[in-house]
Write a protein of this length. Structure first.
Length: 240
């Protein structure tokens, strides 16, 4: 466990950030969370954030004392500029650049820059995010190369020594389910299934084995494939 300075987790309330929050709580003596309201059409994730935090606090007393304040940053102006299928009602499809139109240009770069400014004021040295190269939707700002470049720029521009930790970077979605089990057993798996939110359409009416969602948007499809792959493996626990 890291004692010095603590961590700020970029926490959306989805599957990936729930695993990242547990991962940070397992390692850092002090953990805070930050969420971003960028006008996303699946705004229900902002409510899921609080439900997941409360569930983790209730089910894992060993982590409860380490979980500190939650912060929400309003960047809806950025979401309006980005104008994607995540911020306006349109079909999910590939853009002329071959990228999914759910790609919000530079979203992770913006999130991490705001998070670094907050971490500077909160005295937190680590930024934790769920970016992943292995099972991702083609977003260029999920690559570790991009994260490394931003880490260097933030430290240079803010005279800091931040580290950007990306525990899911080399994991598949099946591995992420396994990591949740390794960190918190079936209790954390249950919280992820019942309380976290991933669906891009913001739907929570239909309950699937892997959680709630429309079942057909790119986020639901990826989450479902990960669950099915993990179940096919016998639901192993990936030790952090």
């Amino acid at each position: 466990m890291t004692e010095a300075s603590g961590a700020l987790v970029l926490f959306s309330g989805g599957q990936d950030s729930t695993a990242c929050l547990a991962w940070a709580l397992d390692r850092h003596a002090r953990v805070e969370t930050v969420g971003f309201d960028y006008g996303q059409r699946h705004g229900v994730e902002m409510q899921a954030r609080q439900v997941v935090r409360a569930a983790i606090t209730a089910r894992f007393p060993q982590w409860a004392d380490r979980l500190g304040e939650d912060h929400v940053i309003d960047i809806r102006g950025f979401g309006a500029v980005a104008d994607t299928a995540l911020t306006s009602e349109r079909a999910f499809e590939l853009s002329e650049k071959g990228l999914p139109n759910t790609y919000v240009p530079g979203r992770n770069l913006v999130f991490l820059t705001y998070a670094a400014a907050l971490a500077d004021r909160r005295g937190l040295a680590a930024l934790v995010g769920g970016m992943c190269e292995t099972d991702f939707s083609g977003y260029p700002d999920c690559r570790r190369e991009a994260i490394d470049a931003l880490e260097a720029a933030l430290n240079l521009g803010m005279a800091q020594t931040f580290t950007i930790e990306t525990p899911l970077m080399r994991l598949t979605k099946a591995d992420t389910w396994a990591l949740a089990k390794g960190l918190g057993g079936e209790a954390l798996v249950a919280i992820t299934v019942e309380d976290s939110h991933t669906c891009y359409r913001g739907e929570r009416d239909a309950r699937h084995p892997w959680g709630y969602g429309c079942g057909i948007c790119p986020a639901c499809e990826l989450r479902a494939r990960g669950w099915e792959g993990w179940v096919a493996q016998g639901r192993p626990a990936l030790r952090p």
